[in-house]
Design a binder for this molecule. Sequence first.
Ligand code: FAD
Length: 668
Amino acid sequence: MGRDKPGHDSDRWFDMTATRSQHSDDDPGRANDRALGMDRPIARRDFLNGVAIAAGSIAGGMLPGVVTEGLAKEAAARARPNFYPPRLTGLRGSHPGSFELAHKLRDGDLPLQSPGAVETYDLVIVGGGISGLSAAYFYRQRKPSARILVLDNHDDFGGHAKRNEFELNGRMQLMNGGTLEIDSPRPYSAVAAGLLRKLGVDPVRLDAACAKRDFYGSLGLGRGIFFDRETFGSDKLVVGVNVKPWAELLADAPLTPAVRADIERLYEARIDYMPGLSSKQKKERLARMSYRDFLVNVAKVDPGVVPVFKARTHGEWGVGIDAVGALEVWPLGYPGFQGLDLEPGAAPHMGFTASGLAATGGSYKFHFPDGNASIARLLVRSLVPRSIPGGSAEDIVTATADYQKLDRPGASVRIRLSSIAVRVFNVGKPGSARTAEVVYSRNGALAAARGKAVVLACWNMMIPFLCPELPARQKDALHYLVKTPLVYTSVAIRNWRPFKALGVHEVYAPGSYHSSIRLTQTVDIGRYVSVRSPDDPILVRMVRTPCKPGLDEREQHRVGRAELLDTSFEVFERNIRDQLARTLGPGGFDPATDIIAITVNRWPHGYAYEYNPLFDPDWNEHEQPHVIGRAPFGRITIANSDSGAGAYTDSAIDQAHRAIEEVMTMET
Ligand SMILES: Cc1cc2nc3c(=O)[nH]c(=O)nc-3n(C[C@H](O)[C@H](O)[C@H](O)COP(=O)(O)OP(=O)(O)OC[C@H]3O[C@@H](n4cnc5c(N)ncnc54)[C@H](O)[C@@H]3O)c2cc1C
């Protein structure tokens, strides 16, 4: 499935991007720093570190006292000639300077003054992710001459659908900084599929022509599991998942014989652990127990099996197997269910992900080299003429965007980056208002834009702070939607001979800081040709999902987010170097010399919240928080994947379409 998670690929075993949270206190030991290469210049340890600027110098006067160091440095970086955000390294995703004012607003610590002159548009959109850009697209379809302003707090457009671009030995190499691929647990709707078609994206054709899924396999590279000494007693990489029999694979793993035997039983035996119950009754029970409880209490495995599986759900849910229902993971091919003879199809109480997948098999898939950033870029190309050259879904991949063209006076669509909305209101009473206004901050100075309508395609849980006049019930509902924190780290390495020597291209690491390591996917599209020689530099993806086992899902996300916002780039870097050294060192990897660049894509507010049957009530649709939360309010309407309770691109597009249909109704 998408989101760089396991899914229904039959050849996948573990979620290779799952991560663990509580390992190491984020510091494997400073004594090793030199050996790890912490003193080596890489591109770029932290793009902010080298920027010397006094915070006061950009204050602009309207928000005195609230210009943070991050904001000041971000503005200084942006002012440099040739500023090209996809190439920035260091801490990206929610980068320093993008979120501090939002947190001040949340804390009631943001003094707002009159923004002065107000620009006017037909439509103002807050949020330049796929949902906001799609909303602009759909509105222009209905009103081709409309003037639209899109505001986003990041220095790049696309929201989660961000592009990491590197030049390694003179060759462009790309990775997704967030949204990985076209893929959903349900088929794309006519609306979402129609938009892709209009943008020239035919996922089925592109996948057949461009994805080279068997490339690493053709070199004899497979999947492995890394057992770390802190969790399992000694460091050990085992290789050959899904190829070797389990007994053989785990023979040298630092696990007791009982644990090894139970893992083998889970995968290879067909046992009905719930005899005497019908398929329906089994599903009812599985819906209300965690996968951890299924393993321990129903399949009765040795407790030592739990640490091996614990992070397997991280990539999909952002929490471990303690907080994900057993029935949720059944359609994804987790072991232990094969003897239960569960009937296919959706079941009551299943969450968004699994129920859709069990019922339909999910959507088509396609991975652009920069993930769904290519979709965001196609939308921008269509909205802002000449901002990105070319004319096809193939040539978008290597095209360079001209960021100077995104916000030109007189253009019918303007995309204004590094601009965070801090106040949104109807001009007049909600029932009779003819316009709505957005007050936003850019470089610490306030400005305002008014539209016949405003679409809030931003993170829904922030809307109550932007728009405190909303009814209390709606604000409570919006607050309920706690997003999942996660980190996609991109590491450029000098060559991948160590992977070749060890015979591995993907490693699941249930006890490590990042719980997965994988070589970039091989995709050839347009003029973009993926790396083939192990002697060449390549990009490596590592994923970390901070959480706190034992709490309910939303609380785990809150704890994980706090941890993420509190973690410096230096801590990430040290853990990255340590983990790569311990995993790949036996294959010849030297962290001091082999790492060229690191980008940590940090998403404290990542996936949209999808309901969890272990913790959330069995609501009817009209009682669900995302439905209550997205109700239009005067001239203000709400989009974003949050408002579909589905952390997928099709949800982002569908919700944009609904929001624009609501705008059309307002305007009639
Ligand atoms: C790491 C990661 C991997 C993912 N992988 C997949 C995948 O493989 N497939 C898939 O379908 N989905 C994936 N997703 C889900 C992804 O969220 C959606 O697919 C989609 O990109 C969401 O688009 P959106 O526009 O709804 O939200 P976002 O992309 O979050 O865009 C909203 C934008 O609004 C901005 N904003 C918020 N508040 C303000 C404000 N006050 N002022 C101005 N701007 C504001 C935000 O900063 C953001 O830029 C992934 C998500 C993450 C985080």
